[in-house]
Design a protein around this ligand. Structure first.
Ligand code: OAD
Length: 229
């Protein structure tokens, strides 16, 4: 059986593809108010604004492609059982070719019913608009986990993290919970790697190697190391 690598990714892994992160300078949360576009309250206040925000994000994702970081994770699958747990709503891991990807915060190319959360649909093209309805006639919303909402995939993610033989954290500020708490479920003795050009605060983590690089540089380096170890 191949050793299991669990990779926890955030906005930083898609930054070199041209997708803005949230909290870096010039990040999305400098341009938009979280409360207006990424909460159930924002949705109730102004659905058009929320739909427009995600339509813009979707258009942007359509114009991008996976970068060296995403591609390095695909190459790791030759030797390892690679599970990606991502906070990202883009589809760049899938387009790069990664086989096992779990999205904690939803997916930009899916919509779901506002009255029945189990009714989930692919979004063809870039737009989801007012008047787009589920099969039962309710308005569709972006299939995104907003602040203040449950993270339905969290339990599954904890189980996957607990089985890791190697754990990686790539391009996340580790400030949004419960996602950032995933690392607490990882076995303490296994090797852990953190790749991020900034100083990310994750205290109390044993056996941690920090690679202070962008994902497009740090991941190919780590790939080399792990394929030859
Ligand atoms: P953040 O914007 O909070 O953090 C991005 C991280 O990526 C920072 O630590 C940067 O230093 C790092 N970074 C920037 N460029 C990089 C590069 N080229 N390579 C590697 N790392 C790089 O984004 P997240 O931690 O993903 O949630 O944010 C978590 C959640 O907050 C998101 O999923 C989103 C957001 O609000 C929702 O919308 C629910």
């Amino acid at each position: 059986m191949k050793p299991k690598i669990v990779v926890f990714t955030g906005a930083g892994i898609s930054a070199e593809s041209g997708i803005k992160t949230f909290r870096d300078s010039d990040g999305l949360w400098e341009e938009y108010h979280i409360m207006e576009v990424a909460t159930p309250q924002g949705w109730e206040k102004n659905r058009e604004l929320v739909l427009d925000f995600y339509n813009k994000r979707r258009k942007q994702v359509l114009e991008t492609k996976p970068n060296k970081g995403h591609l390095a994770l695909v190459k790791l699958e030759k030797k390892y059982d690679v599970h990606i747990i991502t906070q990202n709503i883009d589809d760049l891991h899938e387009r790069a070719g990664s086989k096992k990807v779990l999205h904690l915060h939803g997916e930009i190319f899916k919509s779901r019913s506002t009255t029945n959360p189990s009714l989930i649909y692919p979004i063809k093209g870039a737009e989801l608009n007012l008047g787009d309805k589920c099969e039962r006639g309710s308005q569709l919303r972006p299939h995104i986990v907003w602040f203040g909402e449950q993270v339905p995939e969290m339990e599954k993610a904890y189980d996957i993290a607990a089985q890791a033989d190697i754990f990686m954290v790539i391009g996340t500020s580790m400030v949004v919970y419960p996602a950032a708490g995933l690392i607490d479920y990882v076995k303490p003795n296994i090797p852990k790697y953190l790749i991020d050009p900034s100083d990310v605060k994750i205290g109390g983590v044993s056996n941690l190697t920090v690679i202070k690089e962008k994902a497009g540089v740090g991941l190919p380096m780590l790939l080399e190391l792990l394929m030859n170890s």
